[in-house]
Design a protein around this ligand. Sequence first.
Ligand SMILES: Nc1ncnc2c1ncn2[C@@H]1O[C@H](COP(=O)(O)OP(=O)(O)OP(=O)(O)O)[C@@H](O)[C@H]1O
Ligand SMILES: [Mg+2]
Length: 362
Amino acid sequence: MTQIIFEHVVKRFGSVTAVNDVTLTVGDGEFVALLGPSGCGKTTTLRLIAGLEFADEGRILIGERDVTRLPPRARDVAMVFQDYALYPHMTILENIGYPLKVRGVGKQERTERVAEVAQQLQIGDLLDRRPGQISGGQQQRASVARAVVHQALCFLFDEPLSNLDAQLRLEARAFLKHLQHELGVTTVYVTHDQAEAMALADRIVIMNYGRVMQIGAPLEVYRRPANTFVASFIGSPPMNLLAGTIDLARGLFRLNGQEPGIDLSALFGRLNGKLTDGQTITLGVRPEHLTPQVEPSPGAIPAQVYAVQPMGGEVLIVVRVAGKLVSVRLFRDEPPDLPHEIWLVPDLNVSYAYDADGNLLQ
Ligand SMILES: Nc1ncnc2c1ncn2[C@@H]1O[C@H](COP(=O)(O)OP(=O)(O)OP(=O)(O)O)[C@@H](O)[C@H]1O
Ligand SMILES: [Mg+2]
C-alpha cells in the first residue's frame, strides 16, 4: 500500500507560505495531478514528498510510514524534476540505467530494460550520447525514462513534458497513461496544462497561493467548480462568469440593474432557501452551455457578437454581455450566420451560482 498522506502541511520560505495547510490523500496506485498557476506551490509540494524540503508544520506519510523527518534516500520515490537534472558526465544509457545500477541490477538486464523504456519514449537511438549532446525535449524524455525504469514506491513528475512539441507531447502523454495502467504506481504529477491533467489523472488537485482550492475527478472539477477560481482556471476557454443581482420574487437576474432581467427561476428553485433578495451572485456557465438565438426570450441573455472563430470541429463565438467578453462554443464546423444583436440561452441544469466570496451555492 503506497498511499501518500498530507495532514495540515505548511511550508514557508521566509515570508512566503509556499504550501499552506494542505491536507490530501493520494490513494494506492492513484494518479493525482497538481494543477495551478505559477508560484502556487506545486513543486514545493512534490519536494516535500521527496524529502528535498521539510515541512514546518503537519505530517507526511508514505504508505504506513511517517516520513515527515526522513531524508530522501529513505523514501524510495522517483522524481522527474522541472529542470530534468541528468548527470552530464554519463551517457543517456548510464543515466537512465542509474537507478537500476544502485539497486544492483546486472549490466545485461539493465541495458535491456533501458532500451525498452527508451524505445517507448522515442530516444532509443540516443543512448550513447551525453545530455549536452541532445535537445531539451530529448533530455526531458531521458529524465522520464530514468524515473520509470525502476518501479519505485511512487513517481513524482514535475512538468515532465513541458519542453516537448505538441505531437511528441501527446505521444509521451499516452505512454505515461499506458504505463500507469500497466504498473499502477502511485503518481503525483505537476502540470500547468489542464488538458494534460484532465487526460492523465484519476483526480486533480487545484492549488492557488499554496492552498488547495478543489480536489476531484477531472470531470467532477470540470462540471462543478467549487469556486470561481477553479471555474476560471479549468476549461479552455474557461467558464463564463457573470456578476449581477437577483430579484428573488420574480426569479430574475440583472446584470447591471437596468435591463428587464433574465429569468433564472429554475436555477433559483434549485437553490431554494440559499438566496436572499437583492443578493449579488456570479452566474457560471460553460461556453458549450450557451445557445445563441436571434430573438429575445425571458431566459435569454442579450449579447453582441464580437468575433466568430471557426476551430475545425467546433466554432468559438466571442460575444459582449454587459461590457464583458463571453465565450460560446458550438459543436459544428460551419460558423452560423448571426446578426450583431443576439440572445444566449443558458442551460440552467448545468449552470451555477457563486456567492460574493466566490464559493459555489448548492
Ligand atoms: N527555495 C526557495 N526559497 C524561497 N522561496 C521559494 C523557494 N522555493 C519556492 N519558493 C517560493 O514558494 C512559492 C511556491 O513555489 P513553487 O516552486 O512551489 O511554485 P510552482 O507552483 O511549482 O510554480 P511554477 O509553476 O512556476 O513552477 C513561490 O512563491 C516561490 O517563489
Ligand atoms: Mg514548479
